[in-house]
Design a protein around this ligand. Structure first.
Ligand SMILES: [Zn+2]
Length: 258
């Protein structure tokens, strides 16, 4: 198999612009198209023989590939978000959404009766089902990649959640703009994506979170996240290395000081 047969954009040694800040981004490392984040059951999947080159921005540290920039949604569904996907992301179907729902239900327990929540890129409706069951007045799933949830719900939402999604976007600036478009003012986005560790250069693209088979094609630094949200006047605060809250103005009633 060659890159051409998959319709991937060929790598070029020419310096490109960072997708977040337009800083100079040279080729940085290369991994196999089938490389997963974690090896399921200890059985390494066969290599595809198709290289995926990543670039890293010298200014903000954002790690990205342009290999998939010409892919249609159908190509993503055929080669990545296919029937085999859940093998490489076993927590995707229930474990992660239920865990996230408990966390959100706890954090916003005092406000749930009046909150509109939108889960962006949620895949299935497990997260929102759990929120509705725990008393949230409205919780709806929106995921352009999943036919049942591909219709953008009307209006703005007090809280937009977005778990393990930003790292999948080949156009993260457009993706964040689409998320921002759903957020009420005041309101917030509670999201997760793992940011690069301080010693990222020691690992390079061998860092476990870099995995084309999982669709992990945009790997942020804290600085890259801050710059991406700042385009919309949003601040982003890290609650830990993987969980963040982005907002212009937080509802006063939430009583969160960030
Ligand atoms: Zn950059």
């Amino acid at each position: 198999m060659s890159s051409n047969q998959f319709g991937l954009r060929p790598a070029s040694a020419t310096v490109a612009s960072c997708k977040i800040c337009e800083g100079p981004s040279e080729l940085y490392g290369v991994v196999d198209l089938h490389r997963p984040c974690e090896i399921p059951g200890g059985v390494r999947p066969p290599l595809s023989g198709v290289p995926v080159y990543y670039r890293r921005c010298a200014a903000c540290g954002f790690l990205f590939t342009d290999a998939f920039d010409d892919w249609s949604e159908d190509q993503f569904k055929t080669h990545i978000y296919n029937d085999g996907y859940h093998v490489f992301d076993p927590e995707y179907q229930t474990v992660r959404p239920n865990g996230n729902a408990s966390f959100v239900a706890n954090l916003w327990a005092g406000h749930k009766a009046s909150m509109r929540v939108l889960d962006f890129g949620g895949g299935n409706d497990v997260f929102c089902t759990a929120l509705r069951a725990s008393g949230f007045s409205e919780a709806v799933t929106y995921d352009p990649m999943v036919p049942e949830h591909a219709c953008r719900p009307e209006g703005k939402f007090d809280l937009v959640t977005c778990f393990e999604t930003l790292e999948h976007l080949h156009d993260p600036v457009a993706g964040i703009a689409a998320i921002v478009d759903c957020v009420a003012e005041p309101g917030a986005v509670f999201y997760s994506t793992l940011t690069q560790p301080a010693d990222f250069d020691r690992y390079g693209v061998s860092w476990w979170y870099v995995g084309p088979r999982n669709g992990h094609i945009s790997i942020f630094t804290k600085q890259a996240l801050a710059l991406a949200w700042a385009r919309h006047g949003f601040k982003t605060a890290a609650l830990n290395e993987g969980t963040h809250l982005a907002f212009r103005t937080l509802p006063e009633s939430w009583g969160l000081a960030l």
